[in-house]
Design a protein around this ligand. Structure first.
Ligand SMILES: [Zn+2]
Length: 435
């Protein structure tokens, strides 16, 4: 190809205002020579038609084509004003698609942000696909992602607010586990914010920064009752109904089942659970909702308890968990109260230490647990769904050391509504052949 662009090459490139003048594959990468389609340009100062003075080639990476990284060699025009009286001599053409001194085209940077943010792909994987370094991709994620995350409209329309804690970094030999608090829109199922702590002050600080109109819209707050959250809500959200949702209550009950199972394993076997141990083998079945167990699962559960739970404490904890679940499954407030009484009576009867502790917490939060039935059963699903997304981001970005990066990636993945591109059906018009 000579100086003239190839029509099909330019269509495939699809970079507005550019045409492809040559293409070849070198070292498994596409090398495309491109130029702008601007052939007549006026001088910005005097308006007379400019002439091409010289060309300078800049190299920039673009979106992959057919799985190959792409390098664009942009033959940039340097224009010259031919009007002798004009003060302007020469200038270099510019485009919004490729910023001065950029390593990547703007659309490649936006796509890098979308892949890391929306799809939760690893920064290193995206960098490899584009043929650039980790830092280049991370900079693109920050430049394109930060405005999306900072947009105040992102937080609009929250009627049911959920609070949840997730561990940010697991403990190492030299540092304790660090925690963050996630604030979730329980109707929209999106992450609103993560604050770097799980203290009252961290949540109060974020709520304190919200406009009064935003706070007034929040009618219900669902929270993890075993933290200092409730007092953080007292002032700014005193009008809202505070609820201990299904998800958090059952998570705690499951924790109790696990604790009793571990203690029993240690007491009966003298070591922590191992693969062939009867209780270890049913550890997941113990946490499964009873009505979701298959006939086979129920049989395995019974056999595991018969073999590994001589004192019956694991079975008692399991029953306690199911009785607490029944409080949430109950049809209305009266039935829920009755279910709660059955739970307390069971705990009193079986005298399992961990279960007694759970019942004390349940007692302290009884009003908020029952309030769940007064709020039309505000859903626990979104917290769970968001937690799964958070886990995915953590898994991909193993070794987060920087909270700002972590927050950005979590919010891009769980807190942004991305525009999705609709692809056309394959059946349709065939392209016209060009000579
Ligand atoms: Zn001029």
């Amino acid at each position: 190809m000579g100086q003239h662009g190839s029509a099909s090459g330019s269509i495939l490139l699809g970079l507005d205002g550019f045409e492809v003048t040559a293409a070849e594959v070198i070292d498994h990468e596409w090398r495309l020579a491109v130029q702008t389609t601007a052939t007549t340009v006026g001088c910005a100062a005097c308006g007379s038609q400019a002439r091409v003075h010289a060309r300078r080639t800049v190299r920039v990476r673009d979106l992959p084509i057919g799985g190959r990284p792409v390098v664009l060699a942009w033959r940039k025009r340097i224009w010259r004003c031919v009007e002798p009286a004009c003060a302007v001599r020469t200038w270099t053409e510019q485009t919004v698609a490729i910023r001065p001194r950029a390593v990547l085209t703007c659309r490649a940077r936006a796509e890098a942000c979308r892949r890391v943010g929306k799809d939760a792909h690893a920064v290193a994987a995206v960098a490899r696909d584009l043929g650039v370094g980790w830092a280049t991709v991370m900079r693109a994620v920050t430049d394109h992602g930060q405005p999306l995350v900072d947009d105040p409209a992102r937080l609009n329309g929250v009627a049911v607010l959920g609070l949840d804690e997730t561990s940010f970094l697991k403990a190492t030999r030299v540092a304790p586990t660090r925690w963050v608090t996630g604030l979730v829109d329980l109707e929209g199922g999106r992450l609103l914010e993560v604050v770097a702590d799980r203290t009252r002050a961290a949540v109060a600080g974020w709520l304190g920064a919200r406009p009064a109109a935003w706070l007034a819209q929040v009618g219900t707050v669902a929270l993890d009752p075993w933290r200092g959250y409730a007092s953080a809500l007292a002032a700014p959200l005193s009008h809202a109904t505070v609820v201990v949702d299904h998800f958090h209550a059952i998570r705690l009950a499951n924790l109790v089942v696990d604790q009793v199972r571990r203690r029993t394993q240690q007491a009966t076997l003298g070591h922590r659970g191992r693969k062939p141990d009867p209780l270890y083998r049913i550890r997941k079945l113990l946490l499964t909702a009873a009505e979701q167990l298959t006939e086979h699962g129920r049989a395995r559960l019974r056999a595991g308890l018969a073999a590994g739970d001589p004192t019956g404490e694991v079975a008692a904890a399991w029953q306690g968990k199911e009785l607490l679940r029944a409080v949430y499954a109950a049809d209305g407030m009266l039935a829920a109260r009755a279910a709660l009484e059955r739970f307390y009576r069971w705990v009193d009867g079986v005298e399992v230490v961990e279960l007694t502790r759970l019942a004390r917490t349940v007692g302290a939060w009884q009003a908020e647990i029952l309030a769940w039935h007064a709020t039309d059963g505000c859903s626990n699903g979104p917290t769970e769904a968001v937690n799964l997304l958070v886990k995915k981001v953590k898994r991909v970005g193993h070794g987060f050391r920087n909270f700002a990066n972590y927050r950005l990636r979590l919010l891009l993945h769980c807190g942004i509504r991305w525009q999705t591109h609709q692809t056309a059906n394959l059946r349709g018009r065939s392209p016209h052949l060009v000579a």
